[in-house]
Design a protein around this ligand. Structure first.
Ligand code: NAD
Length: 254
């Protein structure tokens, strides 16, 4: 159905949460998958785990090249590694802005730069296969409170996705992003665990969702698989929301 059998993929931040779910889902569809992560220790077969920090340009290029060598080429890049930040513009010092933008935005730039020569070869050899999927967020456009820095980083990811889609469309490389709502991953569990009453906080978080529950990592992964696959051969420059209706629905009268 998806046409992923025999394709080769790299997933950054693929040792946890959405990235791990995406890596497993791509492999389940027949792709050969390498995971690049700060800590790939828990990654098991059939996934290939490689240590890489997307804030280190030299290291990430070496890891992408090694992944392509081990997989026999590279058709798909999933730029998923990301970190969070809570607060208003008054709360986060410049160093934190530099750090989050360095990982969430420049991390994608560096990894994409490293992957493009491989993706071009794949696109030339098998038209319709080369794709980049970026993990963005509804924070890019939603105006969330207490997320100034994180939202700015994901706004940049959305713009970057559109610009990259335009730059590489004639090379046969598609670029899209997914916009998850609040997804039930270790990231969110860490935030909830820091609350005074994690169970009450989780219940309140669920109650704020239109569906009455968080999005699952597997649901976001399914969207990543679609956008990465030849089934989406005519889809480029889009943001696919997997947010339980958080952004599109207005459940209260205006
Ligand atoms: P997670 O913390 O469970 O997983 C993130 C992974 O990225 C970890 O394995 C971590 O080691 C890795 N990572 C972090 N910094 C890295 C770096 N510099 N280099 C390489 N790997 C690095 O988080 P998650 O919830 O699965 O989030 C994944 C992506 O989804 C992020 O881009 C995040 O912004 C986005 N997102 C998450 C949610 C959510 O509610 N969980 C919502 C919208 C968007």
């Amino acid at each position: 159905m998806t046409g992923l059998t025999g394709l080769r993929a790299v997933v950054t931040g693929g040792a946890s949460g959405i990235g791990l779910a995406a890596a497993r889902a791509l492999a389940a569809q027949g792709a050969a998958v390498a995971v690049l992560d700060l800590d790939p220790g828990g990654v098991s077969e059939p996934l290939l785990g490689l240590q890489a920090d997307v804030s280190d340009g030299v290291g990430v290029r070496a890891a992408v090249d090694l992944a392509a060598e081990r997989l026999g080429g590279l058709d798909i890049l999933v730029n998923n590694a990301g970190i969070g930040a809570v607060g208003t513009v008054e709360d986060n010092p410049d160093e934190q802005w530099h750090r989050v933008l360095d990982v969430n935005v420049l991390g994608m730039v560096r990894t994409t730069r490293a992957a493009l020569p491989h993706l071009r070869r794949a696109a030339a050899a098998r038209p319709g296969t080369a794709a980049v999927v970026n993990t963005c967020s509804i924070a890019a456009t939603a105006g969330l409170p207490q997320r100034a820095l994180y939202s700015a980083s994901k706004g940049a990811v959305l713009s970057l996705t559109l610009a990259m889609a335009a730059d590489h469309v004639r090379e046969g490389i598609r670029v899209n992003c997914v916009n998850p709502g609040t997804a039930d991953t270790p990231w969110v569990s860490r935030l909830l665990d820091a609350a005074d009453d994690p169970e009450a906080e989780r219940a309140a978080l669920n109650a704020r969702q239109p569906l009455g529950r968080l999005v699952t990592a597997d649901e976001v992964a399914a969207a990543i698989v679609y956008l990465a696959s030849p089934a989406a051969a005519s889809v480029t420059g889009t943001a696919l929301a997997v947010d339980g209706g958080m952004q599109g629905l207005r459940l209260r009268p205006v």
